[in-house]
Design a protein around this ligand. Structure first.
Ligand code: SF4
Length: 139
């Protein structure tokens, strides 16, 4: 089943990040990485997204909002944890307001991109793998 073809539209939610992961995500839109040339882009509405990117350990204040955004992403959909915090193994893992990442707050991510923060090259390569895999059912 071809799900995303060659386009991959992303909605990002900062669920309590220190903002370093966001800086690396922002770099993907720079002319150096130019993520849009691969048919990958960020969208404002979760209803227009193929995948939800989450950064941060999922704090108390973001848990409900994150769940609402995830529910608004139409199926088929993908959940991507960006950075060690979202992966459940970051420096804020045991903080009092942390829910320990995406897996313990929502569900197991389809893709985990480790790093603190992960580099733009690593994020881009992993997103392109997801895009290629979803557009090619034989892989
Ligand atoms: S993984 Fe590192 S860079 Fe990303 S939000 Fe957590 S502490 Fe910040």
């Amino acid at each position: 089943m071809r799900q995303f073809m060659r386009s991959l539209q992303l909605r990002h939610v900062d669920a309590g990040s220190c903002n370093a992961c966001e800086q690396e995500l922002s770099a993907l839109l720079s002319k150096e990485y130019d993520i849009q040339q691969y048919g990958i882009d960020f969208v404002a509405s979760p209803r227009h997204a193929d995948a939800l990117l989450v950064t941060g350990p999922v704090t108390d204040t973001m848990k409900t909002a994150l769940a609402k955004v995830w529910e608004a992403v139409p199926r088929p959909r993908r959940l991507v944890a960006i950075g060690d915090c979202a992966a459940g193994c970051g420096v804020c893992q045991d903080a009092y307001a942390s829910h320990g990442g995406v897996a313990s707050s929502l569900e197991s991510p389809d893709l985990i991109i480790r790093g603190c923060p992960p580099t733009p090259e690593h994020i881009l390569n992993q997103l392109r793998r997801l895009q290629w895999k979803d557009g090619n059912p034989n892989i």
